[in-house]
Each structure stands twice: as structure tokens, then as C-alpha cells.
Design a protein around this ligand. Structure first.
Ligand SMILES: NC(=O)C1=CN([C@@H]2O[C@H](COP(=O)(O)OP(=O)(O)OC[C@H]3O[C@@H](n4cnc5c(N)ncnc54)[C@H](O)[C@@H]3O)[C@@H](O)[C@H]2O)C=CC1
Ligand SMILES: O=C(O)[C@@H]1CCC=N1
Length: 270
């Protein structure tokens, strides 16, 4: 990427994961990234690494070409009030990772026609393994490409219609937690049947990684791969059917629907 300066406003879980990913992927050096947080002392480790850290959002915007909005939905309006005087539609590109807030919501609140790209990464961005969905209603093709190139370097990214952004939030961003909980549950099962907890967790995590890679590397369907595991009258189908009798698939589907509904109202709820 040409030497740009990115300011991440609201450097909490996802903001910091993004910052780590950008540096790890050598997209930008620490000195070209400014991290803001109200309690700037909480960023002292990052300051030591060479990131610029401040509680001063307008100053961070003034330094930046790309401004990433990474606060909670209910914290957004106050942040926009604070930075509006510094925003310049000719210069700044806004990237919002905020769930449930449309590009139009941001332009309307700012009363400004500034280019906004909505991006939904997940926390695996810190290790360049994010599934990132990208949408806009007003950004140029050039800026969309710039953002996609950036997020392709820290995982896999796709363009989606903006209307699907809350669905993407549930499936991909919340999804990290869903899959982690299922790995944790598998490890708890493993401990019940004889493995020490740390071994069970490692075994469950590697098994999950292998299962995901079977789909990604072979481009096959889960049921096709499941059929290869389930020997007739065997123990896999016995365990799998027991899980289904207890609502395994149904629980996952209902949870994802619930998260998508909630993601859609986070901004409006406040
Ligand atoms: N955590 C995740 O996996 C993902 C989160 N998101 C979205 O990212 C946003 C942030 O989520 P998290 O990182 O989980 O929340 P978080 O609470 O960890 O981070 C938000 C940060 O913003 C700071 N902050 C609040 N107001 C501020 C202000 N005026 N100036 C500077 N800093 C301010 C807070 O102190 C906090 O550190 C949310 O809108 C969420 O929907 C999107 C994708 C994934
Ligand atoms: O839980 C949340 O609301 C945020 C959005 C997606 C992941 N974390």
C-alpha cells in the first residue's frame, strides 16, 4: 500500500486486532497507524511497539488518510460529533467496522457526503485469518479495491450487498465465538473420556482446523466429508445422531438468526 496513515478510532478488541493484522501483514508500519482510546494508558504496550497512541480523536483524524471507526454502535454519534470538524470528504476515506450502522446512517448523521466503506472482519484478523465482508453505498471502485486489497492481506475478503451486512456480522464476526464454544465443548467431552484438559483442547482445536481445511482445500460439502467418517453401525454416526437429537444443528441455526436480528438493531436500540 502507498504510504498512507490509518487512524483507528476506538482501539478495543477489534480495533487492536486490525492494527496487529496490518502490521503483521506488512501493509503499514506501526508509525503509520494511530490508535485512539479514551483511556490512552490502556494502549501503553502499543505505544512501546511504535504505534501512535492518543485520546485525541480530532488530532488522529487530522493525521490520517483512512479513518477506521471501531467504537460500539452506541458510542458512534458522540465520536462523529467530535471528529466532524476535522473530516474532509476530499481527503478522508471512512472505514466502519461498526455493526448495524449503514454507510447512509453515517453520512446522514454527519450531514456530509463522505465515502464510507463498511467492513465486517473478525478477531482472527490479528493472525491474518479473518473472513471479512465489505460493502458500500457510496465509495468509489478505486477505494473499494484499496480496502479489499488491504483486507485480503489479513485473511479472505468478499464484497457483499450492504443489506446483508448484519447477516455477515452474525455468521462471520460472531461466528468466531460460536466455533470457539463448540471447540471448547468438544474439549470438555474429551476430558470426560480421559484426556487432560490442555491435551483435549489442542486435540479438539486441531481436529476442527482439519475439518475446516477439508472443506476449504477440497472445495467439498460437509455432508460429503461426514459420509467418509461415519462407518456403518459405527461410533461416529452414533455420536452425531445423539447430538442432533439434542438439537445441535438447530441450536447453531437459531443462534445465528438471533445474532443477526440483534446486530440489526444495535444502533437503533440506543
Ligand atoms: N469484537 C469483534 O469481534 C467485532 C466487533 N465489531 C464491531 O466493532 C466495534 C467495536 O467492538 P469491540 O472492539 O468488540 O468493542 P470494545 O469495547 O472492545 O472496543 C471499543 C473501544 O472504543 C473505545 N471508545 C469508545 N468511545 C471512544 C471515543 N469517543 N474515542 C476513542 N475511543 C473510544 C472504548 O474505550 C473501547 O476500547 C463494535 O461496533 C462492533 O460491532 C465488528 C466485527 C467484529
Ligand atoms: O458482539 C458484538 O456485538 C460484536 C459484533 C460482532 C462481533 N462482536
Amino acid at each position: 500500500m502507498d504510504t498512507k496513515h490509518i487512524s483507528i478510532l476506538g482501539s478495543g478488541n477489534i480495533g487492536l486486532s486490525l492494527a496487529k493484522g496490518l502490521v503483521k501483514a506488512a501493509i503499514l508500519p506501526e508509525k503509520n497507524i494511530t490508535l485512539t482510546r479514551r483511556n490512552v494508558a490502556a494502549l501503553s504496550n502499543y505505544a512501546e511497539l511504535g504505534f501512535n497512541t492518543t485520546a485525541n480523536n480530532p488530532q488522529a483524524v487530522a493525521q490520517a488518510d483512512i479513518v477506521v471507526l471501531a467504537v460500539l454502535p452506541q458510542q458512534l454519534n458522540k465520536l462523529l460529533d467530535e471528529i466532524k470538524p476535522q473530516l474532509n470528504p476530499e481527503r478522508h476515506l471512512l472505514i466502519s467496522v461498526i455493526s448495524g450502522v449503514s454507510c447512509q446512517d453515517i453520512c446522514d448523521y454527519l450531514q456530509m457526503n463522505i465515502q464510507v466503506v463498511r467492513v465486517m472482519p473478525n478477531t482472527a484478523i490479528a493472525i491474518a485469518q479473518s473472513m471479512t465482508c465489505i460493502a458500500t453505498s457510496n465509495a468509489s471502485e478505486e477505494n473499494m479495491k484499496l480496502v479489499k486489497d488491504m483486507f485480503d492481506t489479513v485473511g479472505v475478503s468478499i464484497y457483499i450487498n450492504e443489506e446483508l451486512m448484519t447477516s455477515a456480522t452474525a455468521l462471520c464476526a460472531c461466528g468466531v465465538a460460536f466455533f470457539l464454544r463448540s471447540i471448547r465443548a468438544a474439549s470438555q467431552g474429551g476430558t470426560e473420556i480421559g484426556f487432560h484438559a490442555h491435551d483435549a483442547l489442542k486435540m479438539a482445536a486441531q481436529t476442527a482446523k482439519g475439518a475446516a481445511d477439508l472443506l476449504l482445500q477440497l472445495a467439498s460439502h460437509p455432508e460429503q466429508e461426514i459420509d467418509k467418517v461415519t462407518s456403518p453401525k459405527g461410533c461416529t454416526i452414533a455420536g452425531l445422531n445423539e447430538m442432533e437429537h439434542n438439537g445441535f444443528s438447530s441450536a447453531m441455526i437459531k443462534g445465528i438468526k438471533m445474532s443477526a436480528e440483534k446486530a440489526g438493531v444495535l444502533y437503533k436500540e440506543d
